[in-house]
Write a new protein. Structure first.
Lengths: 331, 281
């Protein structure tokens, strides 16, 4: 008896060893595929470095990004200043690191805002239907009819005086010194503008996802067996809609950085003496003919970072959307 | 500041200015008047440049921007099409990967980074172009860099679209039939593949328009071309709200109009999309 059982056990184990395939799910598959994608892995390394810089950058260099070295003005790269100095004698490396902090902060905050707003509004539209849905869709259409940067420029220019007045009022009324610093107001302005312009894309995606997923057979069968609505949401809608949303978030991360740089370049974002890659390019563009490195350095940093997010987004898209469920393909 | 205000502050003058700008009326009335004037084609007056009419400013700016935009779109279309066809022809080989990733990289570079880099390469290092600043019509060498910059912003999208849509068309039955008939590869591609692959290209053309307009802001600012984008730039640095308002509105109107044109063109390119006829049947 016992011998037979052990034999059966052994046979089962042998079967398991030889024929049973390892457990699979979307996330594991996606992870394996992402690991295999060399471009995406390289991008992840770059993104980690940028995040590290954003967190610890100011401690890595001996100079403050505002410190002016009067003995070395507008120098090409030297041992003292690895990336050279600008025409005010500020170390370009320190400024680039500080600019990285700005870029990451703006990207993190505005992407979070766009994510929360987009998911809430998109899901609201899809669930409520009727007038609410129509209102949501029309608002998205309205905001997306404008070229993205132009709308951001327009909002930034219009909201700016309001923000400055708001800051002044707070300083006068409560004596909060920090708000008198216009740099913080610049950050708030950028957050507000990019939050407003960022959510429509995501809301459209989430709305489409919810609508199309709710029409699938497995949601219908869940409804038929009497599953509660929140159970359908948690077990069916969220996991299936998450892939496209993650891809879209990665893209919007790079996009937010780019828009911040563009706004700062145009003089509507971070103002001097704050540090932003876009502003550094604008400051030094006048003298591109004589000191090209001052324009090339921040430009290259910005380019490499945004490119990393683009390639990571592509890699995530290949890994997470096996059916190529692109936003434009959604109806 | 106080002294200046004491010296020049004239209550009566202030009221007169407020009245002439319509600021003493309720907000909603002002908005209604703004809309009414807009309907009649009066776009208002710039605050900054001495009360100049925005109609005049736009009329002066448009020709340059349209020329620049058309030249840029031409460059975009030609380069994107050629590269896309090559990428599809050699798909999943090294040359395909090189083309796709390079165009993605170039399209990712913001215009205001790419512009100084191209200037440094072509003017400082290579010396092929003497100077690019200014506007001397589209047959001058000064147009080369602005044209490339406007074109590059959308190249990656076009290359990808051509590549995927050609690959999709090439596996169709009628292409196999054409091969079986013994047509030359060139004829198959030109006559059977490209024509049928063209419909999705229209979509991406419409989607790229916003990019061309925002690209023109940076390009015209950097190269000092006094067109539409330059007007936007002037509005931004001077916080000239009427100008900003009209230019933003205008670009949205252009994009909506071009979307309509593209929708109509669908029917011309692809006979299956003629909605009206099918509805009548």
């Amino acid at each position: 008896m016992e011998e037979q059982e052990t034999q059966a056990e052994e046979r089962r184990e042998l079967l398991n060893d030889q024929f049973r395939r390892p457990e699979r799910n979307l996330w594991k598959d996606a992870f394996t595929q992402l690991i295999a994608n060399r471009l995406a892995m390289g991008s992840i390394v770059v993104i980690f470095i940028v995040f590290f810089i954003a967190a610890f950058g100011p401690f890595l260099t001996p100079y403050d990004h505002l410190y002016q070295d009067w003995d070395n003005i507008a120098q090409p790269p030297t041992r003292l200043h690895p990336l050279g100095t600008d025409e005010l004698g500020r170390d370009m490396l320190s400024r680039s690191l500080a600019g990285g902090r700005t870029a990451i902060m703006v990207a993190v905050v505005t992407t979070t805002m766009a994510f929360v707003l987009g998911v809430l509004i998109g899901a609201l539209g899809a669930y409520m239907g009727g007038y609410v849905d129509a209102l949501v869709v029309r608002t998205i259409d309205f905001l997306q009819a404008f070229p993205h940067i132009l709308l951001a420029v327009f909002l930034a220019a219009t909201l700016k005086p309001t923000f400055i007045r708001f800051g002044d009022a707070l300083v006068q009324q409560y004596g909060i010194r920090a708000l008198g610093n216009t740099l913080y107001l610049d950050y708030l302005l950028i957050f507000a503008v990019l939050g407003i312009t960022g959510w429509p894309n995501l809301a459209r995606l989430v709305r489409g996802q919810v609508l199309s997923l709710r029409a699938t057979e497995y949601v219908s069968s869940a409804q038929v067996v009497g599953a509660k609505e929140w159970r359908i949401i948690v077990h069916h809608l969220v996991p299936n809609a998450l892939g496209p949303v993650i891809v879209s978030l990665s893209a919007s991360f790079g996009g937010a950085m780019l828009t911040e740089a563009s706004l700062s370049y145009l003089g509507l974002g971070i103002q001097p003496p704050g540090a932003s890659w876009g502003m550094m390019i604008a400051e030094n563009l006048v003298q591109w003919r004589y000191r090209p490195h001052l324009v090339v350095m921040p430009g290259m940093v910005l380019f490499v970072t945004v490119l990393a997010f683009t390639f990571l987004g592509d890699g995530l898209n290949d890994a997470l959307n096996p059916r190529m469920l692109t936003p434009s393909g959604q109806k | 500041m106080e002294l200046l205000q004491e010296a020049y502050w004239d209550e009566e003058l202030r009221e007169r200015v407020r009245h002439s700008l319509g600021l003493d009326r309720p907000f909603i009335v002002q908005y209604g008047e703004f809309l009414g004037r807009l309907m009649q084609g009066q776009l208002g007056y710039s605050i900054l440049s001495g009360q100049r009419s925005i109609n005049v400013m736009l009329a002066k700016a448009w020709p340059k921007s349209i020329q620049l935009g058309l030249v840029g779109m031409f460059f975009w279309f030609v380069s994107g099409t050629i590269l896309g066809i090559i990428a599809a022809r050699f798909h999943n080989r090294t040359i395909d990967y090189i083309i796709v990733s390079t165009t993605v990289a170039v399209s990712t570079i913001p215009t205001f980074v790419l512009a100084p880099m191209l200037m440094i390469v072509f003017i400082l290092k290579l010396g092929w172009i003497e100077s690019s600043i200014g506007w001397e019509g589209i047959f001058s060498q000064k147009i080369i860099l602005p044209m490339m910059l406007i074109g590059f912003t959308g190249t990656a999208g076009l290359v990808r679209q051509w590549r995927s849509s050609i690959l999709e068309t090439i596996s169709q039955d009628y292409v196999r039939t054409a091969r079986a008939k013994g047509l030359t590869e060139r004829l198959i591609i030109v006559r059977h593949v490209l024509r049928n692959a063209f419909t999705p290209i229209l979509t991406i053309t419409a989607a790229s328009l916003g990019g061309f307009i925002t690209g023109s802001i940076f390009v015209e600012q950097i190269f000092n071309i006094h067109g539409f984008g330059w007007l936007v730039w002037q509005g931004i640095i001077g916080l000239d709200y009427p100008v900003l308002m009209i230019t933003t509105l205008f670009s949205a109107a252009i994009i909506l109009f071009m979307n309509l044109v593209v929708d109509i063109l669908y029917g011309v390119v692809d006979p299956r999309v003629r909605v009206g006829e099918r509805a009548r049947r």
